[in-house]
Design a protein. Structure first.
Lengths: 112, 867
C-alpha cells in the first residue's frame, strides 16, 4: 500500500476527483492548505503598499491505494492537475505500513 | 450484527466456486448469466430469511445484476425501493445486507429510494437512467415492483424516447471518442472500449425503451437488426464475455483493460496458438478486433435504423435524385434501389462507390448487407474491367472522401473482392507499441496522410513545392496505389517489401497497368523503407549511403514520390513514429540525394576544395584579425568529415571552446535546436571511455540522446556534439545545464562519482511497472556500409540507461565510437554506431565481430537497469 499526497492548484480539484473516481478509488481526503514551493509566493500591491504573499492557497489530496494501482493513479493525478505553468504542485508517494478499518478491525488492503 | 455472516456466506461460496470454474475457459455469456441468476436467487433467499413478506417495498437488482450478467468481480448494483416511507425493519436489514456484502469483499453500488426519488434521480442523470432500465426483482412485493417498472417504462412517451435516443447517441459518441484514442487501441477496454460490451448494452437499453424488451430477438423482429447481424452480435457477446472472465481471473481483480501482459495470458487461456496468424497474442488480438469492429459497426447501423424509424414527420420527404444506375440520392444518403441489378451487372458495385464519392454521399445502413450479398458475381472479369479500374482510381485519388469510401469498401468486403490480396491483412495485428493500427487500417490511413502531405505542398513546404511540376497525373495514380498496397505482404514472413513488390506486380497486371506503371509501382513498394532506414541509421555526412540511395532511386520524380510515401507511411503508423527529429533527418537525406541526382553524375565532389571554401568562410567570421594565423593553423589539422559536416559559425564556436579548455577540464555548451530538441557540445581532453561517461551523465539527468557526433583532434582534444530531448523543465533549462556541467566536471575528476549518480538514477521507481511486448535483441555488424568505419546496429527494447550500457561495452572492448545515431520508435531502440578500433581502422575481423556481438547481447540480456 502507498499513500499519495498531492498538492495541487485548487481549481483542478474537480478534474482530479472525477478522474480518480473513474479509476475506482475507494476514498480520498481533501484539505485546503497554504504553502509555497519554488514559486515562493508572489508580490501584491494593496492600497499602494507592496507586500509579499508568502503562502499560496492549495488543495492537498490524500489517497491510499494498493501497490498495483499506484502508477495509474499517479499518472491520472498528474494528467488532470497539469497546466504546464509554475505552481502546478507536487505529488508525494509514501509507503503505508498498515491500514485498519475501525468498524470491523479489518487490516491491510482489505481495509482500503 | 449477529446475522450478518449468514447473509453472505452462501454468496461468498458462489463467488469462490465461480472463480474456480473460470480457471479454464468457460462459455462466456452463459456463465455470466448463470452466475448472475444464482447470485440473485441466493441473495433473495438470504434476505427472505430475515424479513417478513411485506408490502410496498422491493429489493431490486439493477446494472449488471439487473441485466442478468455479471462477473465474479463485478459491482453488485442494488436498489432498495419503497413506496413513500421506508418500513423501519427494512432500513436495518439494508444496513445489515450492505455491510455484510462489503465485509465479504463485494463491491456494492446501492441506493435506497422512494418511487418519487427514483424519478428525480433518473431525470437528472443519464447513467442512472441506463443503470435502472434493466431491473429485476430480487425479493419483496412483486406487485409493487411490477407496477413501478411499468410506470418507469411508460414515462417514455414519444418526446421522452426521442430525447433518450439523442442522449444515448451522444453518450456513445463521447465514449468512442474517449476510448478511440491511441493507447486504448493497443490495450483495449473489454467493457467500455470501442465495439466492446457497452455497445451491446446500448442496443439492449434502446430495446427496453422502445419495445420494453432488451433481447436481440425483439430488436430483430422489429427489423432494426438483420438476421446475419444478430448472429454476429450473439457470437461477439459471448466472445467478449469469455475474454472478460478470463481477464478478471488472470488479473485477480475487476480490470477491464486488456494490458499487454494480460493479452498474453488471456490468449493462452483461450487456446490461441502461434502459427499462421503470427504469435498467439497476435492471433488472439486479431480475433478480438474482428469481433469489436463488427459490434461497433452493427451498433452504429442499429442506431441509424432506429433513428430513421422514429423520424417525426414520416410523410416529409427529403430531396430525392435518381442517379445513373439503380441509385437514389435521398438527402445526403445514397441508396441502392434495385439490388438485383447488381447480380446481373456486378460492375455496378464499383460504380456505386464511385457515385458515392462523386456526390459526397453517406452510405445507407443497408448498404453493407446489399453489397455483401452481391459480391459473389464480382470475379476475375470484373476485376480486370477498365471501367472498374478507372473508377477505383477516381475514388483513391479523391482528397476529401477517399478514406471514408475506402473504409466502407473494406468493411463491406468489396475491397478484398476487388483486390483479393487484401483479405490477408484484415485485422492483422503487429504486436508492438510502435504500430498503433492493424495493417488494413494503416494502409487506408497512409492514403489519407498522403492526401494531406500533398495538400501541405500547396503551402510551399520545401521538398513538396515541386511536386505538381515533377509528378505526372499517371505517376500520381501509381503513388496512391503504392500507398494503399505498400504493406500488403505483412504477415507473410520476412522482407515484406520484396514480397509486396512481387504481389503488386500481379495486381498491376490485373488492373491492366502499362509496363512502366507496373515497374514504378513495384519500385515504390520494394523501396518504401529506403529513405527512412537510411536517414535514421546512416551517417548522412558520408557520401556512400547517400549515393547508394541515389543509385537505387535514379531520378528525381521517384525520389519525390518515395519521400511523400515515407512521410505518409510514418505519420500513419502512430504518433511515436514521426517527430521533428525524424522529419528533419529524412528531409536532409532528401535534399542530399536530390542534389546528387540533379548533378546527374554520381562522382563524389572534390572534398578538398569544399573544405577549403568552408575554412575561408570561418575565417571571414573572425572579428579579431590577429587570431587569423592561429585559427588557420588550428583548422589545417581538422578532419574533412568535421569540416564538411559543421556550420562555419559552429566551427568558430568550437575553436573558442577549445581555447577556453586551457584552464579547465571540460567546456560545455547547450543551445536550443529544432522543436524541443537541444544541441549540446562537450569539448574536453580525450580519455578512454569518455563517450560512455558523457552518455551516463546525460542519462542520469533524464535526457534522451538522439544522436552524437564525436570528433577527435590530433592534439588529444575531443569535440562531442550530442542532440538530446526531454528537457524535464523547459521553463528553467539553465538550471539543468548547470547541473550537467557540474556533473561532467566531477565525473571527469573522480570516476566513482558517475557510478554514484547512476546508482541514484537506477533506483527502481514504484511508478514503473509497464510491461511492453518485447522483441528479441539483435546486433548487426556491417563493414560494407561505409568506407572508413565499421557499423554496429543494436536493436533492443527501451529501458533506462541502455545507451550507457552499450557504450560502456564498446569502451571495454577498445572500440572507438565516431558517430552514433539513436532512435526510439515506440519502445524499441535502434542504436547505430560508426566505430573504429583504437588505431582508427575498421574492425575487419570475424573473431572481433563475434566477440563484440556476444558481449553486447550479454549486456542487454541483464534485465533492466535494476541489477
Amino acid at each position: 500500500m502507498k499513500k499519495i499526497e498531492a498538492v495541487i492548484k485548487p481549481f483542478r480539484l474537480d478534474d482530479v476527483k472525477e478522474k480518480l473516481t473513474d479509476l475506482g478509488i475507494k476514498g480520498m481526503t481533501v484539505s485546503e492548505v497554504k504553502g509555497f514551493g519554488r514559486q515562493k509566493g508572489h508580490t501584491e500591491v494593496y492600497r499602494g503598499a507592496e507586500y509579499v504573499v508568502d503562502f499560496l492557497p492549495k488543495i492537498k489530496i490524500e489517497v491510499v491505494v494498493p501497490d498495483w494501482q499506484l502508477p495509474e493513479i499517479v499518472a491520472a493525478i498528474r494528467e488532470s492537475a497539469i497546466t504546464g505553468k509554475i505552481g502546478d504542485g507536487k505529488i508525494f508517494v509514501i509507503p503505508v505500513e498498515e491500514c485498519i478499518r475501525i468498524r470491523t478491525g479489518e487490516t491491510g488492503e482489505e481495509a482500503l | 450484527m449477529v446475522i450478518r455472516p449468514n447473509f453472505t456466506r452462501k454468496l461468498k461460496g458462489l463467488r469462490d466456486h465461480f472463480i474456480e470454474e473460470c480457471r479454464t475457459d468457460v462459455p462466456g455469456l452463459l456463465a455470466a448469466r448463470t452466475y448472475s441468476s444464482n447470485f440473485r436467487n441466493a441473495l433473495g433467499s438470504a434476505f427472505d430469511e430475515h424479513s417478513a413478506p411485506g408490502q410496498g417495498w422491493a429489493l431490486v437488482a439493477v446494472g449488471g445484476l439487473g441485466r442478468g450478467e455479471i462477473s465474479f468481480a463485478s459491482d453488485i448494483d442494488l436498489l432498495f425501493l419503497y413506496r413513500k416511507r421506508i418500513p423501519p425493519f427494512l432500513s436495518d436489514l439494508v444496513h445489515d445486507l450492505v455491510y455484510g456484502l462489503w465485509d465479504s469483499g463485494f463491491e456494492v453500488g446501492h441506493a435506497t429510494a422512494s418511487v418519487s426519488m427514483v424519478r428525480n434521480m433518473v431525470q437528472s442523470d443519464f447513467s442512472i437512467l441506463t443503470n435502472y432500465l434493466e431491473s429485476r426483482l430480487v425479493t419483496g412485493d412483486a406487485e409493487f415492483f411490477d407496477e413501478w417498472k411499468r410506470s418507469f417504462l411508460k414515462q417514455f412517451g414519444n418526446p421522452n424516447r426521442r430525447r433518450f435516443l439523442r442522449n444515448l447517441t451522444a453518450y456513445r459518441e463521447s465514449r468512442l471518442r474517449q476510448y478511440g484514442e491511441s493507447p486504448y487501441l493497443l490495450e483495449p477496454n473489454v467493457k467500455d472500449g470501442v465495439g466492446a460490451l457497452r455497445d451491446l448494452h446500448t442496443i439492449r437499453w434502446a430495446g427496453m425503451v422502445y419495445l420494453h424488451d432488451p433481447s436481440l430477438e425483439a430488436v430483430l423482429s422489429n427489423d432494426w437488426l438483420m438476421p446475419e447481424e444478430k448472429l454476429w452480435l450473439d457470437q461477439s457477446y459471448d466472445f467478449l464475455w469469455r475474454v472478460r472472465l478470463q481477464l478478471h481471473q488472470s488479473s485477480e481483480r475487476r480490470q477491464d483493460r486488456l494490458l499487454f501482459p494480460d493479452q498474453e495470458q488471456v490468449a493462452a487461456r483461450m487456446g490461441c496458438m502461434a502459427g499462421t496468424e503470427g504469435s498467439s497474442v497476435e492471433a488472439f488480438m486479431r480475433l478480438y478486433y474482428r469481433n469489436t469492429s463488427r459490434v461497433r459497426r452493427t451498433t452504429s447501423f442499429f442506431l441509424e435504423r432506429l433513428e430513421e424509424s422514429q423520424r417525426r414527420f414520416r410523410g416529409f420527404r427529403l430531396r430525392r435524385r435518381i442517379m445513373p444506375g439503380p441509385f437514389l440520392l435521398e438527402g445526403k444518403h445514397l441508396y441502392i434501389m434495385e439490388p438485383e441489378w447488381m447480380k446481373k451487372n456486378p460492375l455496378l458495385l464499383m460504380r456505386f462507390f464511385w457515385q458515392a464519392t462523386r456526390s459526397r454521399a453517406h452510405f445507407h445502413h443497408n448498404t453493407g448487407k446489399m453489397i455483401r450479398e452481391n459480391l459473389g458475381g464480382f470475379g476475375e472479369r470484373e476485376r480486370r474491367h477498365p471501367e472498374v479500374v478507372n473508377q477505383f482510381f477516381d475514388i483513391l485519388l479523391d482528397g476529401r472522401d477517399s478514406f471514408r469510401v475506402l473504409k466502407t469498401m473494406l468493411e463491406t468486403h468489396f475491397l478484398q473482392a476487388f483486390i483479393p490480396e487484401f483479405a490477408a491483412v484484415r485485422y492483422r495485428v503487429q504486436n508492438d507499441v510502435y504500430h498503433l493500427y492493424t495493417v488494413d487500417e494503416h494502409l487506408l490511413r497512409t492514403v489519407r496522410e498522403l492526401h494531406q502531405v500533398e495538400a501541405g505542398g500547396a503551402d510551399d513546404e520545401e521538398p513538396l513545392k515541386s511536386a505538381p511540376k515533377l509528378i505526372s497525373p499517371e505517376e500520381r495514380r501509381i503513388l496512391y496505389l503504392a500507398a494503399l498496397l505498400h504493406d500488403i505482404a505483412k504477415g507473410r514472413g520476412t522482407d515484406h517489401s520484396m514480397r509486396g513488390a512481387a504481389m503488386a506486380g500481379e495486381i498491376a497486371a490485373r488492373m491492366g497497368l502499362s509496363d512502366t506503371q507496373r515497374d514504378l509501382l513495384c519500385f515504390l513498394i520494394e523501396h518504401h523503407l529506403i529513405l527512412a532506414e537510411t536517414a535514421l541509421k546512416r551517417d548522412l555526412m558520408d557520401e556512400k549511403p547517400v549515393s547508394r540511395c541515389a543509385v537505387t532511386i535514379k531520378n528525381r520524380q521517384r525520389l519525390l514520390m518515395l519521400y511523400m510515401l515515407t512521410v505518409a507511411d510514418s505519420r500513419a503508423t502512430g504518433t511515436e513514429a514521426w517527430n521533428t527529429w525524424k522529419a528533419s533527418l529524412v528531409r536532409e537525406l532528401f535534399f542530399k540525394v536530390d542534389r546528387l541526382l540533379q548533378r546527374a553524375d554520381l562522382e563524389p565532389e572534390d572534398t578538398e576544395a569544399r573544405a577549403g571554401q568552408i575554412q575561408e568562410r570561418v575565417l571571414a567570421l573572425l572579428s579579431v584579425p590577429a587570431e587569423r594565423e592561429r585559427l588557420t593553423a588550428w583548422m589545417d589539422k581538422l578532419s574533412f568529415r568535421y569540416l564538411l559536416s559543421q556550420d562555419p559559425h559552429d566551427i568558430l564556436k568550437h575553436y573558442e571552446m577549445e581555447k577556453e579548455l586551457a584552464g579547465r577540464s571540460v567546456c560545455f555548451k547547450a543551445e536550443p535546436f529544432e522543436g524541443e530538441m537541444w544541441q549540446t557540445t562537450v569539448v574536453t581532453r580525450d580519455r578512454p571511455g569518455l563517450f560512455a561517461l558523457i552518455t551516463g551523465v546525460l542519462w542520469a539527468r533524464g535526457l534522451n540522446i538522439l544522436s552524437a557526433d564525436i570528433y577527435t583532434r590530433e592534439a588529444g582534444v575531443v569535440c562531442d556534439i550530442l542532440r538530446v530531448e526531454r528537457i524535464a523543465d523547459p521553463l528553467r533549462p539553465d538550471e539543468l545545464w548547470g547541473r550537467v556541467e557540474t556533473d561532467l566536471v566531477r565525473a571527469l575528476a573522480d570516476s566513482s562519482y558517475l557510478d554514484e549518480i547512476l546508482q541514484n538514477k537506477r533506483r527502481p521507481s514504484v511508478l514503473e511497472v509497464k510491461c511492453n511486448p518485447r522483441k528479441e535483441d539483435r546486433v548487426i555488424i556491417d563493414e560494407e556500409a561505409s568506407d572508413f568505419y565499421t557499423l554496429i546496429e543494436v536493436y533492443t527494447w527501451d529501458r533506462p540507461g541502455v545507451l550507457h550500457r552499450i557504450t560502456n561495452v564498446l569502451f571495454e572492448l577498445d572500440i572507438t565510437i565516431q558517430l552514433a545515431k539513436i532512435s526510439t520508435p515506440g519502445a524499441q531502440v535502434a542504436d547505430i554506431f560508426y566505430v573504429t578500433d583504437l588505431s582508427g581502422e575498421k574492425l575487419m575481423s570475424r573473431d572481433r565481430h563475434e566477440q563484440l556481438r556476444e558481449k553486447l547481447l550479454e549486456c542487454l540480456s541483464v534485465d533492466s537497469g535494476l541489477d
